[in-house]
Design a protein around this ligand. Structure first.
Ligand code: SF4
Length: 454
């Protein structure tokens, strides 16, 4: 966009007309983080946040393309905007995020929904003011999708209020797991400089945040483009800031090292929690997935981890129904889950993504078999999660109170050091505090606690 752009004119227009925005976010924490950046950019222009999308002047769908059903839902929800546009002709409807990075999708969307005026890619959010200017003053439809562009530093962010926030440490992924669309839509890995990350964490601390989640598609390969910088080194530096709690995700097992586990063990403010997605329990399936570790490698990694951090709270992603997965191979996933005993797991049915190698593989698994398999592992994981929660009953832990409990009136909720959600009776004034709690009861996926010393 090399046309006339007058930011002051745009800001005056937004403020004079009290314009509002609404962002609907799909998918992972990376997308939620991007939505906070988009909110920050819009707020700095003078937009305020609308409570309902039908009343907003700008509605953005921040999309995810990791699974087919999420994509279908997004098309449905964008389509519904037609009726709102009828009542408010000046409303701008835009679509951004991972779906837009897929070849031809933005063109299809513009063709299918003539009322959509804006489409932009995952690294084009900083161009948003200019795009809005041309839509508002030049009455243009704007599509801006660039591949492999490096996200800028110092983009304003409108974060959710303390005590928790996310800090992006890198973008993209170089791994090309054969089922995954992410490397095609988020580009190659690019790590942010340690200094920029530390400055961001320190400024969050000043603003009252007590916990940060460091985000990346594969945090363990952080720094590979710099000389002698590793993820454990970054973790060490973040720990030294003195922030109360540090979590991180996602860790690829092939890059998780002894150095990482030892760094976690050395610092009290690095939480005893690890998300280490195994995906499958069969070495043949793992090879077909291009995960670059075997079942044996993975199990040995878990053994090492638990020898260093015995009480680590462990979670995983588990996929069933990968092309060619036999009954026996599926049972290997079941037996791995029984052996590792994850405290929790995200379980998925394989969904073919156009453009990925797995989508072209023969022997796609029929839906009814996938359904049977997923039901079996969901039931298994529910049982193991509950048993893990039962073991916590009677233990003392420290809970960072995040807000009101969504379950019961008069209850507040927060997470243990290991990341388990605890509901407890208490006053909302405790939000943001780390309090000693005794675990009194185990529920299916959460815990119930009592404040100690009361
Ligand atoms: S590591 Fe594999 S599953 Fe994770 S984002 Fe990269 S390609 Fe996708």
């Amino acid at each position: 966009m090399e046309k006339n752009f007058d930011i002051e004119k745009l800001e005056r227009y937004i403020i004079d007309n009290s314009l509002t925005y609404y962002i609907e976010t799909y998918g992972c924490q990376m997308n939620a983080h991007d939505s906070e950046k988009i909110s920050g950019i819009l707020s700095s222009l003078g937009y305020s946040r609308a409570q309902d999308k039908d009343k907003a002047d700008l509605v953005l769908f921040n999309t995810c393309c990791v699974r087919e059903n999420a994509e279908n839902k997004i098309y449905g929800n964008v389509g519904k905007m037609k009726q709102y546009k009828k009542h408010n002709e000046d409303m701008i409807v835009g679509v951004c995020g991972c779906m837009m990075q897929q070849k031809g999708v933005a063109d299809d969307l513009f063709r299918m929904f003539p009322f959509v005026e804006l489409a932009f890619g995952t690294t084009n959010m900083q161009d948003l003011p200019e795009m809005l200017y041309h839509i508002i003053f030049d009455k243009e439809r704007i599509k801006l999708i660039e591949d492999d562009k490096i996200a800028e530093e110092n983009v304003p962010m409108k974060r959710t209020p303390p005590p928790l926030s996310t800090v992006n440490i890198m973008q993209g992924c170089n791994n090309f797991c054969t089922y995954c669309i992410v490397p095609y839509v988020r580009g190659r890995e690019h790590s942010r400089r340690i200094g920029d990350i530390i400055t961001e964490v320190e400024s969050l601390m000043k603003d009252g945040y007590r916990e940060v989640m460091l985000l990346g598609q594969n945090v363990n390969s952080y720094g590979s483009e710099f000389d002698r910088v590793t993820f454990p080194m970054l973790l060490e530096e973040v720990a030294k800031t003195g922030i109360d709690r540090i979590r991180f995700m996602t860790s690829h097992p092939k890059d998780a090292t002894l150095e990482l586990f030892e760094t976690m063990a050395r610092h009290d403010n690095i939480c005893n929690q690890l998300h280490l997605p195994v995906q499958a329990g069969s070495s043949r399936v793992l090879k077909a997935m291009n995960r670059r570790y075997t079942r044996e490698d993975y199990l040995s990694l878990i053994k090492t981890l638990r020898s260093i951090i015995p009480d680590v709270v462990l979670s995983s992603d588990i996929m069933i129904g990968f092309p060619g997965e036999t009954d026996d191979e599926f049972e290997e996933t079941v037996s791995l889950m029984e052996e590792v005993r994850y405290d929790s797991a995200f379980t998925f049915v394989y969904s073919p993504r156009k453009g990925t190698p797995a989508a072209e593989m023969p022997d796609q698994i029929p839906e009814e078999i996938k359904q049977k398999r997923i039901m079996k592992i969901v039931a298994l994981q529910n049982r193991i999660t509950y048993e893990s929660n039962l073991k916590d009953v009677g233990r003392s832990d420290r809970v960072l109170v995040e807000g009101k409990s969504s379950r019961d009136e008069g209850f507040i909720a927060g997470k243990t050091d290991g990341g388990k959600m605890v509901n407890l009776r208490g006053d909302i004034s405790l939000v943001g505090q780390i309090i000693p709690v005794r675990i009194a009861e185990a529920k299916k996926t959460t815990l119930v606690g009592e404040i100690e010393g009361r």
